[in-house]
Structures are given as structure tokens and as C-alpha cells.
Design a protein around this ligand. Structure first.
Ligand SMILES: *[C@@H]1O[C@H](CO)[C@@H](O)[C@H](O)[C@H]1NC(C)=O
Ligand SMILES: *[C@@H]1O[C@H](CO)[C@@H](O)[C@H](O)[C@H]1NC(C)=O
Ligand SMILES: *[C@@H]1O[C@H](CO)[C@@H](O)[C@H](O)[C@H]1NC(C)=O
Length: 183
């Protein structure tokens, strides 16, 4: 084969390599961020992180800061959905006074969590990362405070354990990304 024959091939080959890597970079950022996050923070699970972020199509083209917004948006909508869910439970199902009390407390807590996430998103927007950290940390305490209410009487099983776990993981992911952006 002549040099003429080799050249287009190697050019095409390096071009496709280039395209492959540049095209893959943004998605890799999701995996990279989740890897780093789960290694640095025991509260973050790698698979939860990847599944949550990749569920949002925008994540594939987002910067690290963009992923921060996406993650915090997810936490806010989680809190909003959970608030609505508890409200519906209280309205449509029968509970004994103890459970009703716990659920009402959780309703108030999640109302606070929505406000905290609004504040945190604004802080993050204006690059006040310390404030964002404080606000998300307060939101991170909401699911465990809610669960603790039910644990006071050991026989009870919280109807919110699973969704509280989601909310905890999402806010832990927020915190971890805020710290990465802050560095
Ligand atoms: C992990 O979660 C606990 C609450 O369960 C919290 O006290 C702790 O600060 C969190 N760790 C990090 C690194 O955010
Ligand atoms: C976050 O949510 C707000 C309001 O719904 C939206 O305008 C914004 O585009 C979202 N940001 C990202 C990165 O998804
Ligand atoms: C909360 O977020 C998790 C992870 O993104 C999701 O699987 C779950 O369905 C959400 N729950 C609610 C009530 O929005």
C-alpha cells in the first residue's frame, strides 16, 4: 500500500477517536462526578447518583456547576412531591393520633425543606457556596428528623422510610457537588 492509502485511514481514525472522546466527555462527567462524590462522601451511593442525574436529559451536556443545579432541582422537586404525598395521606387515610402527629410534623418539615432548597439554589446561583452548604445541610436533616418521630414508638413502621431515604441521598449529593464546585 502507498502512503496515499494510509493517510486518509489514519486521519479518519484519529478524527473518529477525537469525536468519540469529545462526544463522550459530558456524559463521563456524570460518571466522574458520581465516582468522586461516592468516594469522598459515605452518604452518596454511586448507582443512585448516576441513575438520578442521568434521568435528567440535560445532565449529558452539563458542566459540574450545571450538575449542581440539576441535583438541587431534583432535591427540590423531591421535597415538593413528598410534601404533596404526605398531605394526601393525611387527607385520605386513617391514622391513629400518634401517626397523625408524626405525619403532620413531617409535613411541616418538608415545607421547610422546599424553602431551604429555594434558598440554596439562589445561593448557588450567586456563588455563595458556604450559604448553599448551610441551607442544603438543613434540608438533609429533614428526612432523618421525620423518621425519628416514628421511631419514638418502636413498634411503628414509618410509611415514609423509602422516600425519606431518597430525599436524604439527593441532598447528600447536592452537598457533595457544592463542595466540588467550591474548591
Ligand atoms: C452524612 O449524613 C449524616 C447524617 O446522617 C451527617 O451528619 C453527615 O455530616 C453527612 N456526611 C457528609 C460528609 O455530608
Ligand atoms: C431548575 O429548575 C428551574 C425551575 O423549574 C428551571 O428554570 C431550570 O432550568 C432548572 N435548571 C436545571 C439545570 O435543570
Ligand atoms: C425522589 O427522587 C428519587 C431519585 O431521583 C426518585 O427515584 C423518586 O421517585 C423521587 N420521589 C419523589 C416522591 O419525587
Amino acid at each position: 500500500m502507498t502512503v496515499k492509502g494510509y493517510f486518509p485511514f489514519s486521519l479518519l481514525f484519529s478524527l473518529s477517536l477525537l469525536l468519540f472522546f469529545s462526544g463522550a466527555t459530558p456524559v463521563n462527567l456524570v460518571y466522574e462526578t458520581c465516582k468522586k462524590s461516592s468516594q469522598e462522601d459515605p452518604n452518596v451511593s454511586y448507582s443512585f447518583c448516576v441513575a438520578s442525574l442521568l434521568a435528567v436529559p440535560k445532565s449529558k451536556h452539563a458542566s459540574l456547576r450545571g450538575l449542581g443545579f440539576i441535583s438541587m432541582n431534583l432535591t427540590k422537586s423531591n421535597a415538593t412531591n413528598i410534601h404533596l404525598y404526605i398531605k394526601k395521606l393525611l387527607k385520605h387515610k386513617k391514622f391513629d393520633p400518634f401517626e397523625k402527629n408524626c405525619l403532620s410534623d413531617c409535613l411541616d418539615l418538608y415545607s421547610d425543606a422546599i424553602d431551604l432548597m429555594d434558598d440554596a439554589i439562589n445561593s448557588f446561583k450567586s456563588k455563595h457556596y458556604f450559604d448553599a452548604n448551610i441551607q442544603v445541610s438543613a434540608a438533609l436533616d429533614v428526612p432523618s428528623t421525620c423518621e425519628d418521630g416514628f421511631k419514638e414508638k418502636k413498634i411503628r413502621v414509618s410509611p415514609l422510610t423509602k422516600i425519606n431515604g431518597n430525599m436524604f441521598q439527593l441532598s447528600a449529593l447536592d452537598l457533595s457537588i457544592i463542595e466540588m464546585v467550591r474548591r
